[in-house]
Design a protein around this ligand. Structure first.
Ligand code: PBG
Length: 330
């Protein structure tokens, strides 16, 4: 590759003013990149801010649609739903009940805001009394027993009107199990966005507070990935694609930009990155303390995720960025 040499080449020529910088800019944040996460809680007329996530709220079903309309009106194409059920039990049976929290929320959104894509998070940790992502046997998550419950969960989500399902439990074989369940129930048109490379991360802390989903004992390291592993992430992703994943995800995003880049370069499917709760909370906290410029840090982080190769980003910043984009500020 030929690169110029100084003094013939002066890279600063292309940085002299904003107009020229716009012309040569390689990466852009657009509304099309964004997915906004929403937490749904039981009860009525409830809108509660998550203490460790300023600007992020949990909504009861009756207050949810206004929140979704705001997201739609900002031009964001999709939301992903997380539910906190009225009752938790050993197996997380709310997840496959047609009257479950996610099913009710999905139906309501599809009735009142049909022009937004509803993605449902498919897992058990918010719904089980022990907070693990599946069925327990002798203190461990039983992989194959959990697959059976996952099948019931996705079919029920699809019946409620979910446009896409996003399994996040890191069970082996979950994509194949879900694909076959959806296909046999007449939902072969519903895509699967798999949390393929999900790491056992401390960056999920604020989410677990918001979703009341911290494990009651132990941790998730027997199913979520070791943060030290890069090649294994690609293996997980390739296995998921073979099982039928339409979109693959890397999560968290910022400490795993190398993984996002690997996945982008070695696959032909769209890549999603999850800019998780802890990544959001740190920026908000730094901004509140006056230690960093929150807005600029946010843009820089999201750009880095895109530059690494993400085609879409699930982010609690989605509304903030959309406002900047709509105001012509970025
Ligand atoms: C599991 C799930 C988690 C997140 C999304 N789906 C939490 C976990 O594995 O404990 C975390 C998202 C975030 O931190 O923003 N259902």
């Amino acid at each position: 590759m030929i690169v110029g040499r100084f003094p013939e080449s002066r890279p600063r020529r292309l940085r002299r003013n904003e107009q020229i910088r716009r012309l040569v800019r390689e990466t852009h944040l657009t509304l099309d990149d964004l997915i906004y996460p929403l937490f749904v809680i039981p009860g009525e007329n409830r809108v509660e801010e998550v203490p460790s996530m300023p600007g992020v709220y949990r909504y009861s079903v009756d207050r949810l649609t206004d929140a979704v309309k705001e997201v739609r009106d900002l031009g964001i194409p999709a939301v992903i739903l997380f539910g906190i059920p009225e009752h938790k039990d050993e197996v997380g049976s709310d997840t496959w009940s047609d009257e479950g929290i996610i099913q009710r929320a999905t139906r309501r959104i599809k009735e009142e805001v049909p022009d937004i894509l509803v993605i449902t998070d498919v897992c058990f940790c918010e719904y089980t009394s022990h907070g693990h992502c599946g069925v327990l046997r002798d203190g461990e998550v039983d992989n194959d027993a959990t697959l059976e419950n996952l099948k019931k969960q996705v079919v029920s989500h699809a019946r409620a009107g979910a446009d896409m399902v996003a399994p996040s439990g890191m069970m082996d074989g979950m994509v194949r199990a879900i694909r076959s369940a959806l296909d046999s129930a007449g939902f072969s048109h519903i895509p699967i966005m798999s949390y393929s490379a999900k790491f056992a991360s401390a960056f999920y802390g604020p989410f677990r507070e918001a979703a009341q989903s911290a494990p009651a004992f132990g941790d998730r390291r027997s199913y979520q990935m070791d943060p030290a592993n890069r090649r294994e992430a690609l293996k997980e992703v390739l296995m998921d694609i073979e099982e039928g994943a339409d979109i693959v995800m890397v999560k968290p995003a910022l400490a795993y930009l190398d993984v996002i880049s690997d996945v982008k370069q070695n696959t032909l499917v769209p890549v999603c990155a999850y800019n998780v709760s802890g990544e959001y909370a740190l920026v908000k906290a730094g901004g509140r303390l006056g230690w960093v410029d929150e807005e600029r840090v946010m843009i820089e982080m999201l750009l880095s995720i895109k530059r690494a190769g993400a085609d879409m980003i699930i982010t609690y910043f989605a509304k903030d960025v959309a406002k900047l984009i709509n105001g012509g500020k970025i």
